[in-house]
Design a protein around this ligand. Sequence first.
Ligand code: PEP
Length: 249
Amino acid sequence: MALRPFIVGNWKMNGTRAMLAEARAIDRSAQRLMKVEVALAPPYTLIHAVHKEAEQIGVGAQDCSAESDGAFTGDVSAAMIADAGAKFVILGHSERRQGHGESDALVRAKADAALEAGLKLIVCCGETEATRDASGAEAFVVRQLEGSLPEPFEGVGERLSVAYEPIWAIGTGRTPTVDDIAAMHRAIRALLVERYGEEEGGAVRILYGGSVKPDNARELLGADEVGGALVGGASLTAESFLGIVMAAA
Ligand code: PEP
């Protein structure tokens, strides 16, 4: 991994203020592991509290609205999460795409709104098991990203990360082979370079996500073009999340 590895914990719909102790412990250890960029995406309700706890780690949101303000009951805008202390937002997670019917076009509109609010982006992509079995995974993921990624913008390499998360690997304990991950990440890199140019497209970190644990992290992070990990279940305790962070150091 030539780029500074980026390890992000996605707490999903988990966590009340009692979990702030985990965030604090992660932050304190991250201060000793400067070679790795560490971040947490807690639920909206904890963004401000984690932001206040954190001296080293980044804090982000798991989604945002494509709208800037107005009569959108229950939605939260990019400017609001930035105001709460978020520095980035995860967009297009498969649980949003599948569970909430989010299209590529909506993910791109959210990305535009997030950039406008000064946020960094982690744009997710990933195929179903049926698509993988039909040997169409790379073409599917590239098409999904073509529709979801924003047009070229200032500071792409620094502000954009892509997370490849095969849907069948999320929360299942199953992972693709290192060769399959590397092949997918190379296809994503080619798209990024085509869209944003050699320098900026080459600087985007491509994270792998899907059942990353302390005991498989080193192997998965060692795959070609893997620039970090997006971690769900194993990010919920400081102990397991830090095991992954240390594997990246
Ligand atoms: C995720 O949902 O982003 C994820 C990768 O989950 P898990 O690590 O639990 O598979």
